[in-house]
Write a protein that binds this ligand. Structure first.
Ligand code: FES
Length: 82
């Protein structure tokens, strides 16, 4: 697991295992870093053992599978504005 920054209270852990990388994990990581750079703590993880649901992301304590960037963006905005 590699922490990329430590800017905010919400931790976003993006799986960068093989299956997730093949899906949209790189895009999710890039766009999250771009859009929420100073608002969340971004972490790259190894496989989270839910490869069938790739790409997998942990937002705070909640794990999401088959993540699409636009939906995740909305979820993250909700969490940050709480
Ligand atoms: S590669 Fe992401 S859950 Fe396995």
């Amino acid at each position: 697991m590699k922490q990329l920054n430590e800017k905010g209270s919400v931790v976003v852990s993006v799986c960068m295992g093989k299956s997730c990388k093949k899906k949209e994990a790189k895009l999710i990581l890039k766009e999250t870093n771009k859009a929420f750079k100073n608002k969340c703590t971004l972490v790259k993880t190894d496989c989270q053992d839910f490869c069938d649901d790739a790409p997998v992301v942990l937002l705070g304590n909640s794990q999401y599978g088959k993540v699409k960037w636009n939906k995740m963006q909305k979820e993250l905005e909700k969490l940050l504005n709480h």
